[in-house]
Design a protein around this ligand. Structure first.
Ligand code: PGA
Length: 218
């Protein structure tokens, strides 16, 4: 296998990851690059809808996203939890309290765009509880949602994996809401028919073995 890996050091790795997964995916790619400096990496950062299209059209080697599609023959390996949490600016009146869902429903939210896995999970969660929420705007970027929440445009629901910096700098607070977090999982996926090179396999192993350690303190 080592010989094979040496031979493929100059190979190509083409992956696509959910916007929400960028935060840890780039650290994984950093490690990958250290081990295989000659490898050519191509990364598309996009939402769930576009990731499904990548799988359908077979345009990438692997995808990192939530929940595998039911309509496609894919190999999907879960490797980490993905908790979705409610965020507020530090001065928000609900900070520091246990918040019942009935109270949360009176707030206004900034939502991710349609086609986002985070958005779908959040809609499913509220529909299941028979709850409805009001939205002030839709934004197709986690970074912009965090800025909008800081600017007082509403509350946000995002993956905890996007928040490391804002929590450390006390720019945002995770609210303690009943039934939260919404627990999703990260999967690494590829088409069943995909033929792996040693380089592809090395990346998949890196993700499944090391991702967890990277977000330990998130
Ligand atoms: P996103 O995340 O589409 O909301 O960026 C991917 C997912 O959770 O499936």
């Amino acid at each position: 296998v080592l010989e094979e890996l040496k031979g493929s050091r100059r190979g190509t790795l083409t992956i696509a990851v959910a916007t929400t997964a960028t935060y840890f995916a780039l650290h994984l790619l950093g490690r990958f690059h250290q081990r295989f400096p000659g490898a050519n990496i191509s990364l598309d950062v996009t939402n769930r809808e576009a990731l499904l299209r990548h799988l359908e059209e077979n345009t990438v080697d692997m995808v990192i996203m939530g929940k595998p599609p039911e309509s496609l023959e894919v190999v999907a390996e879960p490797f980490m939890d993905n908790p979705l949490v409610v965020i507020a600016p530090p001065a928000h009146p609900l900070v520091g309290q246990r918040v019942p869902l009935t109270v949360l429903q009176q707030e206004t939210f900034i939502l991710r765009e349609r086609g986002s896995g985070t958005r779908i999970a959040m809609e499913r969660f509220f529909a299941h509880l028979g709850a409805t929420i009001t939205s002030s705007m839709e934004i197709s970027s986690n970074e912009a949602i965090k800025q909008a929440v800081q600017a007082g445009l509403g509350l946000g629901i995002v993956s905890q994996h996007t928040l490391e910096k804002e929590i450390a700098l006390q720019r945002l607070v995770i609210l303690d809401v009943d039934s939260f977090p919404i627990m999703r999982h990260w999967y690494i996926m590829h088409r069943k028919s995909k033929r792996f090179t040693a380089l592809h396999q090395a990346f998949k192993d890196l993700v499944t073995e090391e991702a967890q350690g990277l977000v330990r303190n998130a």
